[in-house]
Design a protein around this ligand. Structure first.
Ligand SMILES: NC(=O)c1ccc[n+]([C@@H]2O[C@H](COP(=O)([O-])OP(=O)(O)OC[C@H]3O[C@@H](n4cnc5c(N)ncnc54)[C@H](O)[C@@H]3O)[C@@H](O)[C@H]2O)c1
Ligand SMILES: CCCCCCCCCC=O
Length: 514
């Protein structure tokens, strides 16, 4: 039996013991993960330096702080997320208990990418643990040092039967994909995304696909260009452009292009010095294959800034390309590297048309001082996320669902969204066997009169929680009135009057049968 099959079988067996379901167990695993991040910072940072030339501070800023925040959020909200969720009811079910019970899906497969390997592999894991699942973790073989560190460290802090790590490349991933999972959470490119989805279909396994694509960045001429270019320079060149939500290309009017180039040049110097190659904050391309792919994308465009390369170090300087058209090589695929093409357009209308002609992006960036223009972009385009006047930071908010649409992916995560994505939201309705007369309206023989009642019973929506609160309030006031009647009978009439006004208040409107 292949080792991957054995690992999955062990994870399922461990899941079936039921131990991952107890909230106390989930919390202990989440706290273990939190300890790993704190205690093994050095090993994590060393591996990422070897994989991508990331500095220790960058590793903290771009990967670890986010994970800490997500773990803390899950720990503090777990009992609320996992609790039954009451719902609005109809009159037909008003006497029943009706709620949504989140339950674990089972065994989840998490396939990570290499560019922010801890963030994109461990963040789904946090949700998988919080939701009570087992998870098989497959880090990317491309960030090989990090993959090794994950393989060594995760079992020291987590239940190794429930959360095993499988390392290896395409062969191992494909063997894993033959197994039956209850959910597959994949982060990576869309070509492999299709392979994953096809494999999942064989078992009818649901998938979350966190993919990429070309995220446009429109700069309106009505905006503070120096601030805009600073934020764009940061968003583009961090991690050497190897960021799923990096602005892929700029759209702007020809009248502001020179100023944009000038401002970006200034910011590159400010962030990475005159010689980015020697700057500890400037990363490297992850592999020779990607290096050659990115270098080839420059062909046919003019280099306005940068363009220097060093194959021995997989170094590509922060680069801006001009004289770029839709047909240019650099516009045929996601760049995922430090090249920033500028495409001239005549204004907002053309920018919207340009964006809408292409696949729906993971992120869409708009820089403008006009709220109206920003709202128009939101209304007239579609993307996984839209961020106005900044880059990347939407990723840091756990309350915003993170994910793509169309070819940039399906499903979303972060914060409670990860918990819900990796849970089954089970509908529960618990009736008593009494009050059978109410049900006559739905039993044959069907008559016009029954239909009239059915209409009322089915269509009248009732917030049972509100009813309960109102009933509690009435009970409290009644008790108070009773006490007052005994002790201060002269105030009894005014309390009764107040009680009456409460009963006639809006609280009762949802169930008003008139
Ligand atoms: N949406 C997001 O959150 C997000 C985050 C990071 C990266 N990305 C996207 O990921 C892409 C870059 O990552 P990548 O795809 O180069 O990463 P990658 O090459 O590491 O592949 C991702 C995973 O797929 C597996 N894999 C690769 N080829 C396979 C095959 N033929 N069959 C089965 N499994 C296979 C790998 O083992 C790896 O674990 C970019 O498009 C980027 O935008 C998206
Ligand atoms: C402080 C800003 C953090 C941004 C992190 C971006 C991570 C993107 C993951 C996908 O590639």
């Amino acid at each position: 039996m292949p080792v991957e099959q054995q690992v999955v079988a062990r994870a399922r067996k461990a899941f079936l013991t039921g131990r991952s379901k107890a909230l106390s167990y989930r919390l202990s695993q989440l706290k273990g993960l939190r300890r790993l991040i704190t205690e093994k910072q050095r090993d994590i940072a060393d591996a990422l330096r070897k994989d991508l030339h990331k500095s220790e501070n960058a590793t903290q800023l771009y990967e670890m702080i986010g994970l800490e925040g997500e773990i803390d959020l899950a720990v503090s909200h777990l009992s609320e997320w996992a609790a039954p969720r009451p719902v609005e009811q109809s009159l037909l079910t008003v006497a029943d208990e009706v709620y949504i019970q989140p339950e674990p899906l089972g065994v989840v497969l998490i396939i990570g990418a290499w560019n922010y390997p801890w963030a994109v592999t461990v963040q789904p894991l946090i949700g998988a643990i919080a939701a009570g699942n087992a998870a098989v973790i497959k880090p990317s073989e491309v960030s090989s040092h990090t993959s090794k560190v994950m393989e060594e460290l995760l079992p020291l802090y987590l239940d190794k039967e429930l959360f095993p790590v499988v390392t290896g490349g395409v062969v191992q991933t494909q063997e894993l994909l033959k197994q039956r999972f209850d959910h597959i959470f994949y982060t990576g490119n869309s070509t492999v995304g299709k392979v994953v989805m096809e494999a999942a279909a064989r078992h009818l396994t649901p998938v979350t696909l966190e993919l990429g694509g070309k995220s446009p960045c429109y700069i309106d001429k009505d905006c503070d260009l120096s601030v805009a270019c600073r934020r764009i320079t940061w968003g583009k060149y961090v991690n050497c452009g190897q960021t799923c939500i990096a602005p892929d290309y700029i759209l702007c009017e020809p009248s502001i292009q020179d100023k944009v180039v000038k401002e970006i040049r200034k910011c590159i110097k400010e962030f990475y010095t005159d010689d980015p190659k020697t700057c500890p904050d400037y990363s490297r391309i992850v592999s020779l294959r990607h290096f050659r792919r990115i270098v080839a994308l420059m062909e046919g465009s003019s280099v306005a800034i940068g363009g220097e390369t060093d194959e021995a170090q997989c170094y590509i300087a922060p680069t801006v390309l001009t004289e770029v058209t839709s047909e240019s090589k650099v516009m045929q695929e996601e760049i995922f590297g430090p090249l920033l093409p500028i495409i001239p357009i005549s204004g907002t209308d053309e920018a919207i048309e340009f964006i809408n002609k292409r696949e729906k992006p993971l992120a869409l960036y708009v820089f403008s001082s006009s709220d109206k223009m920003i709202k128009r972009m939101i209304a007239d385009t579609s993307s996984g996320a839209l961020l106005a006047n900044d880059c990347l930071v939407h990723y840091t908010l756990s309350d915003l669902p993170f994910g793509g649409v169309g070819s940039s992916g399906m499903g979303h995560y972060h914060g409670r969204y990860t918990f819900d994505q990796l849970s089954h939201l089970r509908s529960c309705l618990i009736k008593k066997l009494r009050m059978e007369r109410v049900n006559q309206v739905r039993y044959p023989p069907h008559t016009a009169q029954k239909l009239r009642w059915a209409r009322l019973f089915l269509l009248k929506r009732v917030d049972v929680g509100q009813w309960r609160r109102a009933a509690q309030a009435v009970a409290l006031v009644t008790l108070a009135a009773y006490v007052v009647q005994v002790r201060r009978p002269e105030r009894f009439t005014s309390i009764l009057y107040w009680l009456g006004s409460l009963v006639n208040s809006d609280l009762w409107s949802p169930c008003d049968l008139r």
